[in-house]
Design a protein around this ligand. Structure first.
Ligand SMILES: C[S@@+](CC[C@H](N)C(=O)[O-])C[C@H]1O[C@@H](n2cnc3c(N)ncnc32)[C@H](O)[C@@H]1O
Length: 293
């Protein structure tokens, strides 16, 4: 089996332009360096599949002709489906909450929306919470309740959000959005398709995303199966291998990947949040990108 090679970004052949306008704020999002990741995608593939969609940074930057975006987090997929089917509804979800906040006590209105979300998790509240919560870190308690406090910033205006909706609607027009586990999503992939996987790789992240259980060993098994079917797989892994004070030493199965690329992603957002807003200038991490091709 080939030994994975470590490549540095400056050897890459970039062919997607940076696209930095986020629709949602999402912890661990790849918006700032999605174009770097894309530069390592195979030059030709059939359907683009993103089974850990989150805020869809790579999908939005790639703007593929045919794609399937999926995630196990139902209210999140509700946002994506609404973007696709009824973009005007998405704009009104945001505008209604923004005006309510503008016309009242900011923190009280935020709590109202948070309580409404926790009483019945839904895309409309989640959308506004993602843009207005502290540090853009949608965080859940062990019991599944969202617990992030109100952010000190003013959420973007409804006009600015509406522009983003139009841009994202166009860029993701070739995509279908499905609520499902990554295992079902990967099973659907056929020869020549490309899967970009950005899983909740670390201990801390599994707490952040609604305390879903996640096993990297299971994912490696699914990747092996996909590779055998002739699917291209690109997997992102946190290069710092650090999660709070826990060191997660990830063992990569022999022969599964052909190459490993280091992609620069600047400071870790998660770390910054945990340090109560203090930035850590020295906290420069690299994301690892593992490729089966
Ligand atoms: C690191 S985030 C993806 C971030 C994304 N690349 C972006 O740019 O925003 C991981 C995502 O995996 C989702 N997830 C967690 N467990 C999952 C599972 N078993 N199947 C599918 N999605 C899952 C989470 O809801 C979260 O949105």
């Amino acid at each position: 089996m080939a030994t994975p090679q470590t490549l540095l970004f400056d050897t890459a052949n970039v062919y997607a332009k940076p696209f930095r306008t986020q629709l949602l704020k999402w912890i661990g999002n790849k918006q700032r360096f999605a174009h770097e990741i894309i530069s390592y995608f195979p030059p030709h593939f059939k359907v683009y599949r993103e089974p850990f969609l989150g805020s869809g940074a790579v999908l939005g930057t790639l703007a593929p002709r045919e794609a399937v975006g999926s995630d196990a987090f139902k209210p999140l997929i509700e946002i994506w489906q609404t973007l696709h089917d009824e973009p005007e509804t998405l704009k009104s979800w945001y505008a209604e909450r923004w005006h309510r906040m503008k016309g009242g006590d900011k923190v009280a209105v935020y709590s109202e929306i948070l309580n409404s979300y926790n009483a019945q998790p839904n895309g409309a509240d989640l959308l506004f919470l993602s843009r207005s919560c502290y540090g853009g870190v949608v965080r859940f308690r062990q019991d599944g309740f969202m617990s992030t406090p109100c952010g000190p910033h003013d959420p973007i205006s409804p006009e600015s959000f509406a522009d983003r909706v139009d841009t994202w609607r166009t860029r993701t027009s070739g995509a279908r959005f499905i609520h499902r586990d990554y295992k079902d999503a990967m099973e659907d992939a056929g020869k020549g398709d490309l899967i970009y996987a950005d899983p909740p790789y670390s201990f801390t992240q599994s707490i952040l995303y609604g305390a879903q259980k996640f096993s990297l060993a299971d994912l490696f098994e699914r990747i092996r199966h996909a590779k055998e079917k002739g699917v291209f797989v690109a997997l992102s892994i946190d290069g710092s291998k650090k999660s709070g004070d826990m060191l997660c030493d990830i063992r990569i199965p022999d022969g599964l990947f052909e190459r490993e690329v280091l992609v620069n992603c600047g400071r870790s957002m998660l770390r910054r949040f945990q340090m109560d807003g203090k930035t850590l200038e020295s906290e420069v991490v690299h994301d690892r990108l593992l490729l089966t091709y």
